[in-house]
Design a protein. Structure first.
Length: 216
Protein backbone atom coordinates (compact mmCIF):
# COMPACT_ATOMS: atom_id res chain seq x y z
CA UNK A 1 0.00 0.00 0.00
CA UNK A 2 1.47 3.34 -1.10
CA UNK A 3 0.75 6.10 1.41
CA UNK A 4 0.47 9.60 -0.07
CA UNK A 5 0.39 13.15 1.22
CA UNK A 6 -1.24 15.85 -0.93
CA UNK A 7 -0.07 19.44 -0.39
CA UNK A 8 -2.16 22.00 -2.26
CA UNK A 9 -4.03 25.08 -1.08
CA UNK A 10 -7.14 24.35 -3.19
CA UNK A 11 -9.56 22.06 -1.33
CA UNK A 12 -11.48 21.12 -4.49
CA UNK A 13 -8.28 20.04 -6.22
CA UNK A 14 -7.26 17.95 -3.22
CA UNK A 15 -10.67 16.27 -3.29
CA UNK A 16 -10.31 15.52 -7.01
CA UNK A 17 -6.83 14.09 -6.54
CA UNK A 18 -8.05 11.92 -3.67
CA UNK A 19 -10.85 10.53 -5.85
CA UNK A 20 -8.38 9.61 -8.59
CA UNK A 21 -5.98 8.04 -6.11
CA UNK A 22 -8.72 6.12 -4.25
CA UNK A 23 -9.62 4.33 -7.48
CA UNK A 24 -6.34 2.42 -7.12
CA UNK A 25 -6.55 -0.20 -4.37
CA UNK A 26 -2.83 -0.05 -3.64
CA UNK A 27 -2.89 3.75 -3.08
CA UNK A 28 -4.10 5.58 0.01
CA UNK A 29 -4.10 9.28 0.84
CA UNK A 30 -3.13 9.45 4.51
CA UNK A 31 -2.74 13.23 4.85
CA UNK A 32 -3.72 16.51 3.18
CA UNK A 33 -2.06 19.89 3.67
CA UNK A 34 -3.30 23.31 2.60
CA UNK A 35 0.13 24.93 2.79
CA UNK A 36 3.82 24.16 2.98
CA UNK A 37 4.28 24.44 6.74
CA UNK A 38 1.35 22.10 7.35
CA UNK A 39 2.83 19.61 4.90
CA UNK A 40 6.14 19.61 6.77
CA UNK A 41 4.36 19.20 10.12
CA UNK A 42 2.37 16.22 8.84
CA UNK A 43 5.49 14.60 7.39
CA UNK A 44 7.13 14.82 10.80
CA UNK A 45 4.13 13.06 12.37
CA UNK A 46 3.65 10.11 10.04
CA UNK A 47 5.42 8.07 7.40
CA UNK A 48 4.39 8.47 3.77
CA UNK A 49 5.74 6.96 0.55
CA UNK A 50 5.08 9.79 -1.91
CA UNK A 51 4.35 13.52 -1.61
CA UNK A 52 2.28 15.38 -4.21
CA UNK A 53 3.43 18.99 -3.84
CA UNK A 54 2.13 22.18 -5.41
CA UNK A 55 4.52 25.06 -6.18
CA UNK A 56 2.30 28.09 -5.48
CA UNK A 57 1.04 28.01 -1.90
CA UNK A 58 0.07 30.81 0.51
CA UNK A 59 2.89 30.53 3.05
CA UNK A 60 5.96 28.86 1.53
CA UNK A 61 6.94 28.37 -2.06
CA UNK A 62 6.82 24.70 -3.06
CA UNK A 63 10.46 24.75 -4.14
CA UNK A 64 11.43 25.89 -0.63
CA UNK A 65 9.29 23.14 0.90
CA UNK A 66 10.90 20.61 -1.43
CA UNK A 67 14.38 21.64 -0.28
CA UNK A 68 13.31 21.30 3.37
CA UNK A 69 11.90 17.85 2.65
CA UNK A 70 15.24 16.88 1.13
CA UNK A 71 17.07 18.10 4.24
CA UNK A 72 14.76 16.31 6.69
CA UNK A 73 13.55 13.24 4.83
CA UNK A 74 16.33 12.39 2.41
CA UNK A 75 15.14 10.69 -0.75
CA UNK A 76 11.41 10.70 0.01
CA UNK A 77 9.79 10.83 -3.48
CA UNK A 78 8.22 14.22 -4.22
CA UNK A 79 6.12 14.70 -7.34
CA UNK A 80 5.59 18.36 -8.16
CA UNK A 81 2.00 18.74 -9.34
CA UNK A 82 1.41 22.30 -10.47
CA UNK A 83 -0.32 24.67 -12.86
CA UNK A 84 3.03 26.10 -13.94
CA UNK A 85 4.31 25.01 -17.34
CA UNK A 86 7.46 22.93 -17.47
CA UNK A 87 9.50 25.70 -19.06
CA UNK A 88 8.76 27.92 -16.04
CA UNK A 89 9.73 25.65 -13.16
CA UNK A 90 10.49 22.14 -14.47
CA UNK A 91 14.28 22.32 -14.53
CA UNK A 92 14.39 24.42 -11.35
CA UNK A 93 12.27 21.84 -9.49
CA UNK A 94 14.39 18.91 -10.65
CA UNK A 95 17.57 20.72 -9.63
CA UNK A 96 16.04 21.22 -6.18
CA UNK A 97 15.48 17.46 -5.84
CA UNK A 98 12.01 16.75 -7.21
CA UNK A 99 11.37 13.16 -8.27
CA UNK A 100 9.04 14.30 -11.02
CA UNK A 101 7.12 17.22 -12.49
CA UNK A 102 3.56 17.08 -13.75
CA UNK A 103 1.10 19.82 -14.69
CA UNK A 104 -2.42 19.79 -13.23
CA UNK A 105 -4.05 19.40 -16.64
CA UNK A 106 -2.48 15.95 -17.07
CA UNK A 107 -4.78 12.96 -17.56
CA UNK A 108 -5.60 10.90 -14.43
CA UNK A 109 -3.87 7.83 -15.91
CA UNK A 110 -0.68 9.87 -16.32
CA UNK A 111 -0.83 10.97 -12.69
CA UNK A 112 -1.18 7.36 -11.51
CA UNK A 113 1.73 6.32 -13.72
CA UNK A 114 3.88 9.15 -12.40
CA UNK A 115 3.12 8.22 -8.77
CA UNK A 116 4.10 4.60 -9.39
CA UNK A 117 7.27 5.65 -11.14
CA UNK A 118 8.56 7.98 -8.43
CA UNK A 119 7.52 5.51 -5.71
CA UNK A 120 9.76 2.95 -7.43
CA UNK A 121 12.70 5.32 -7.11
CA UNK A 122 12.71 6.55 -10.70
CA UNK A 123 12.30 10.06 -12.10
CA UNK A 124 9.14 11.11 -13.90
CA UNK A 125 9.45 13.84 -16.52
CA UNK A 126 7.65 14.47 -19.78
CA UNK A 127 9.29 13.87 -23.14
CA UNK A 128 9.50 17.63 -23.71
CA UNK A 129 11.24 18.27 -20.39
CA UNK A 130 13.57 15.31 -20.94
CA UNK A 131 14.55 16.76 -24.30
CA UNK A 132 15.22 20.15 -22.76
CA UNK A 133 17.41 18.59 -20.06
CA UNK A 134 19.34 16.62 -22.68
CA UNK A 135 19.88 19.77 -24.72
CA UNK A 136 21.20 21.57 -21.65
CA UNK A 137 23.62 18.77 -20.81
CA UNK A 138 24.77 18.63 -24.40
CA UNK A 139 25.17 22.39 -24.64
CA UNK A 140 22.47 22.71 -27.26
CA UNK A 141 20.46 25.32 -25.34
CA UNK A 142 21.83 28.70 -24.31
CA UNK A 143 20.80 29.43 -20.73
CA UNK A 144 18.34 32.30 -20.45
CA UNK A 145 19.42 35.15 -18.15
CA UNK A 146 16.64 34.42 -15.62
CA UNK A 147 17.84 30.82 -15.30
CA UNK A 148 21.00 32.12 -13.63
CA UNK A 149 18.91 33.58 -10.79
CA UNK A 150 18.80 31.89 -7.41
CA UNK A 151 15.41 30.62 -6.27
CA UNK A 152 14.97 33.67 -3.99
CA UNK A 153 15.93 36.06 -6.79
CA UNK A 154 13.53 34.28 -9.13
CA UNK A 155 10.73 34.56 -6.57
CA UNK A 156 11.49 38.26 -6.10
CA UNK A 157 11.35 38.81 -9.86
CA UNK A 158 7.92 37.18 -10.12
CA UNK A 159 6.58 39.16 -7.16
CA UNK A 160 7.83 42.46 -8.58
CA UNK A 161 6.41 41.56 -11.99
CA UNK A 162 3.01 41.00 -10.34
CA UNK A 163 3.10 44.53 -8.90
CA UNK A 164 4.06 43.75 -5.28
CA UNK A 165 6.05 46.27 -3.25
CA UNK A 166 9.29 45.36 -1.47
CA UNK A 167 7.49 45.35 1.89
CA UNK A 168 4.74 43.08 0.55
CA UNK A 169 7.33 40.69 -0.88
CA UNK A 170 9.24 40.72 2.40
CA UNK A 171 6.06 39.81 4.31
CA UNK A 172 5.20 37.01 1.87
CA UNK A 173 8.67 35.47 2.09
CA UNK A 174 9.16 36.15 5.83
CA UNK A 175 12.26 38.22 5.09
CA UNK A 176 13.26 41.83 5.76
CA UNK A 177 12.65 44.54 3.15
CA UNK A 178 16.41 45.16 3.15
CA UNK A 179 17.03 41.54 2.13
CA UNK A 180 14.45 41.80 -0.66
CA UNK A 181 16.14 45.00 -1.82
CA UNK A 182 19.42 43.07 -2.09
CA UNK A 183 17.73 40.36 -4.16
CA UNK A 184 16.23 43.03 -6.40
CA UNK A 185 19.64 44.62 -6.97
CA UNK A 186 21.18 41.26 -7.78
CA UNK A 187 18.54 40.26 -10.29
CA UNK A 188 18.66 43.68 -11.97
CA UNK A 189 22.40 43.22 -12.37
CA UNK A 190 22.12 39.65 -13.66
CA UNK A 191 19.37 40.53 -16.13
CA UNK A 192 21.08 43.80 -17.11
CA UNK A 193 17.92 45.79 -16.41
CA UNK A 194 17.51 49.19 -14.77
CA UNK A 195 14.17 49.34 -12.96
CA UNK A 196 10.93 47.59 -12.00
CA UNK A 197 9.21 48.53 -15.27
CA UNK A 198 11.91 46.71 -17.23
CA UNK A 199 11.67 43.75 -14.84
CA UNK A 200 7.92 43.55 -15.44
CA UNK A 201 8.39 43.72 -19.21
CA UNK A 202 11.08 41.02 -19.09
CA UNK A 203 8.89 38.71 -16.99
CA UNK A 204 5.91 39.10 -19.31
CA UNK A 205 7.97 38.62 -22.49
CA UNK A 206 9.50 35.44 -21.08
CA UNK A 207 6.15 34.13 -19.79
CA UNK A 208 7.40 34.06 -16.20
CA UNK A 209 4.19 35.58 -14.88
CA UNK A 210 0.77 36.64 -16.10
CA UNK A 211 -1.62 39.07 -14.47
CA UNK A 212 -3.83 36.20 -13.27
CA UNK A 213 -0.89 34.14 -12.08
CA UNK A 214 0.00 34.35 -8.35
CA UNK A 215 3.79 34.39 -7.77
CA UNK A 216 5.57 31.29 -6.57
Amino acid sequence: MLKLLIADDHALLRRGLRQIIDENPDFRVVAEAANGNEALRLLREQLVDVVLLDITMPDRNGIDVLKQIRREFGKLPVLMLTMHAEDEFGVRALKAGASGYLTKDAAPALLVSAIRQVAAGRKYISAALAEELAERVGGGITESPHETLSDREFQTLRFIASGKSLSEIAFALSLSPKTISVYRSRLLDKLKLRNNAELMRYAMENRLVTWSDPPA
